[in-house]
Ligand binder design. Structure first.
Ligand SMILES: Cc1cc2nc3c(=O)[nH]c(=O)nc-3n(C[C@H](O)[C@H](O)[C@H](O)COP(=O)(O)O)c2cc1C
Length: 471
C-alpha cells in the first residue's frame, strides 16, 4: 500500500511574539516585529504556497492573557502575544498573491453575531476563491468576557451549547437562504437574482434570534471549511458533529491516537464517514542541514526563550495565576487540574511529566511553554524530523501537521526547503495541490461544498423548487 500522504498547515498568530515561542522576537534574524505590515503576510503566503501548504491557520483571541500576576503587564513587557491584529484583515492581500494555499481564521461563537460572521466568512470565501476556513472557538478567558461587555464567562458546557446553536444559524444562512439557481445575473433577461429562491431565515433559539436573508450570494464553498480545537467531553461532541479538521495539542502519537480514534468513532456514531475529519496536531520542529546545525539552532532558541512570558501564557490558558509560585520549586500539577480552563493542557503536561520523570517547576513549565509549549518540538535533520512525522502518521493516523514557528520566517523556510523535499521523496507529501487554484475543501476533502454526511448539509435546499419564471 502506498504511504498515507499528509497535509501541512502553518500555524500563525497576528501579534508580536510567536504562538509558543516567547522571547524569540528579540533575535536579529526574526521578522515577527513586522506583523503589522502587509508585506509580512504576503511573503508568508508566498512561502506557504511554495511549500504547497494546505493552509495558513491563524489562532486568535480577543484579549491578551492577563491572569499572571492579575494583569497583562508581563505579556506586554515580554512582547508576547500582544499588539494583536485582527487576522481577518490580511487575508485578502495574502489571497491576491497566491492561488492555492488556503487561510483559516479563528472566530468566536460566544461573542460574534452569527449573521455578521456568516457575512464576513462568505465575503472572504468569495474574495479568496473558496480558500477559507473558520476555526470555531468558544473563547475561554474571563478577560474576553469583560472586554466584550459581560460580567463573567458563560460556564464551559453552556458555551458549547451556544456554539451548537450558533452553527445552526450560520448553516441556515449559508446553505438554505440562497437556493441553487438563485443567482441569475443574466444580462439578456435583465434578471439579477431570483428573489423567489432567496429565503428569509428565521431563527428563534435560546441564545440567538434573527430574521433575514443572507446578505451575500453563495460563495464557492458556501460553508467555509470548519476547523475546531478543544478536547473536553463537550468539545469533542461538538467536533464530531461540526468539525472537518481538528487542531490537536498532543505531545505524543499515543495520546493523539486515542483522541483521533475516539473522535472518529463519535463521528461514525452520528453518521459521518470517520475519515472525513482531518486531524492536525501542532508540531514545532527545529531543522538543520546537519544534526550539529539543528542543535546550534536549538541552543540559540533556548538562549532567547523567555520562561516568564511562557508562564504568563500558561496562566492565561489555565486560568491559574502562576506568579506566586517560586520559579524553581517543584509543583504538584495534579492538585491544580480541578481549576483549569483548558482541560487538555494539564492532561498533556501530566502525560509528558510521566515520560520525563522530573518534577515540574514554574521555570520548567515556562521554558516548555516558551519552546513548543503543549506541542512536540523535535530537533534534528530533515530526515530525523521526517522520521518523527512518519511515527505520528503510523501510530496515530494523523492527516497532517499544523506547524508552528520558533523563529519567523526561518522555521517555515526550513520546513519548505529542507523537510518537504524529504517528505516528498518518501511519498508522504504531494508534489502539487490536488486541485491547483481550487477551493480549500477540494484540496482537503475532495469536494467544494459540505459532504452529504455532514450535519450542516442537512440545511441544504434539496430540490430546486419549480417556480414560475418571472416575466
Ligand atoms: C490546540 C488548541 C488551540 C486553540 N486555539 C485557540 C484560539 O486560537 N483561540 C481561542 O479563543 N481558543 C483556542 N483554543 C481554546 C478552545 O477553542 C476551547 O475554548 C478550549 O480548549 C476549551 O474547550 P475544551 O475544554 O473543550 O478544550 C484552543 C485550544 C486548543 C486545544
Amino acid at each position: 500500500m502506498p504511504p498515507k500522504q499528509i497535509k501541512i498547515c502553518f500555524l500563525e498568530i497576528s501579534n508580536v511574539g510567536g504562538y509558543m515561542a516567547s522571547g524569540q522576537w528579540r533575535r536579529e534574524d526574526d521578522t515577527s516585529l513586522e506583523k503589522a505590515t502587509l508585506q509580512y503576510y504576503t511573503d508568508l503566503a508566498r512561502l506557504a504556497e511554495r511549500g504547497k501548504a494546505s493552509s495558513i491557520f491563524f489562532a486568535d483571541w480577543f484579549v491578551g492573557f492577563d491572569v499572571y500576576g492579575g494583569s497583562l503587564d508581563t505579556m506586554l513587557r515580554g512582547g508576547h502575544q500582544v499588539a494583536h491584529l485582527d487576522p481577518l484583515t490580511p487575508i485578502s492581500a495574502m489571497a491576491a498573491v497566491t492561488e492555492s494555499v488556503a487561510f483559516a481564521v479563528t472566530q468566536s461563537t460566544t461573542y460574534s453575531n452569527p449573521y455578521v460572521l456568516a457575512r464576513q466568512m462568505s465575503s472572504l470565501d468569495h474574495l479568496t476563491g473558496g480558500r477559507c476556513a473558520w476555526n470555531v472557538v468558544t473563547s475561554h478567558t474571563e478577560s474576553s468576557a469583560h472586554a466584550l461587555g459581560h460580567d463573567t464567562i458563560l460556564p464551559h458546557d453552556e458555551r458549547y451549547a451556544k456554539a451548537d446553536e450558533f452553527m445552526d444559524v450560520v448553516y441556515k444562512l449559508w446553505e438554505s437562504s440562497w437556493a441553487p439557481g438563485s443567482v441569475q445575473l443574466d444580462k439578456g433577461t435583465g434578471l439579477a437574482f431570483d428573489a423567489d429562491r432567496i429565503k428569509k431565515i428565521s431563527h428563534q433559539g435560546k441564545h440567538f434570534q434573527m430574521a433575514g436573508r443572507h446578505q451575500v450570494h453563495p460563495s464557492p464553498q458556501r460553508t467555509p471549511v470548519l476547523f475546531q480545537a478543544g478536547t473536553s467531553k463537550a468539545g469533542s461532541a461538538f467536533a464530531s458533529k461540526h468539525a472537518e479538521a481538528i487542531f490537536l495539542n498532543t505531545f505524543s502519537p499515543s495520546q493523539a491516537a486515542k483522541v483521533i480514534s475516539e473522535t472518529r468513532s463519535a463521528a461514525s456514531a452520528v453518521g459521518r464517514h470517520p475519515d472525513s475529519i482531518k486531524f492536525f496536531p501542532c508540531i514545532m520542529p527545529i531543522i538543520g542541514k546537519t544534526k550539529e546545525e539543528a542543535n546550534a539552532k536549538y541552543g540559540k532558541a533556548v538562549s532567547y526563550a523567555d520562561p516568564v512570558a511562557g508562564l504568563a501564557q500558561l496562566s492565561g490558558y489555565t486560568g491559574i495565576d502562576l506568579a506566586p509560585y517560586p520559579l524553581d520549586e517543584p509543583m504538584d500539577l495534579s492538585k491544580m487540574s480541578q481549576a483549569m480552563a483548558i482541560q487538555a493542557v494539564f492532561k498533556a503536561l501530566a502525560a509528558s511529566e510521566d515520560e520525563l520523570d522530573q518534577p515540574w517547576t514554574p521555570r520548567r513549565l515556562g521554558m516548555r511553554m516558551a519552546l513548543g509549549g503543549l506541542h512536540p518540538c523535535p530537533v534534528g535533520t530533515a530526515e530525523e524530523v521526517a522520521d518523527v512525522f512518519e511515527q505520528w502518521i503510523e501510530e496515530a493516523d494523523v492527516d497532517g501537521f499544523n506547524i508552528g514557528s520558533v523563529t519567523n520566517p526561518s522555521s517555515w523556510e526550513d520546513v519548505v526547503d529542507l523537510l518537504i523535499p524529504v517528505l516528498q521523496d518518501r511519498g508522504l507529501y504531494w508534489r502539487d495541490y490536488d486541485v491547483p487554484g481550487g477551493t480549500f475543501r477540494e484540496n482537503l476533502l475532495g469536494q467544494k461544498e459540505l459532504r452529504e454526511d455532514h450535519y450542516g448539509a442537512s440545511f441544504k435546499v434539496k430540490e430546486e423548487p419549480s417556480l414560475p419564471r418571472p416575466q
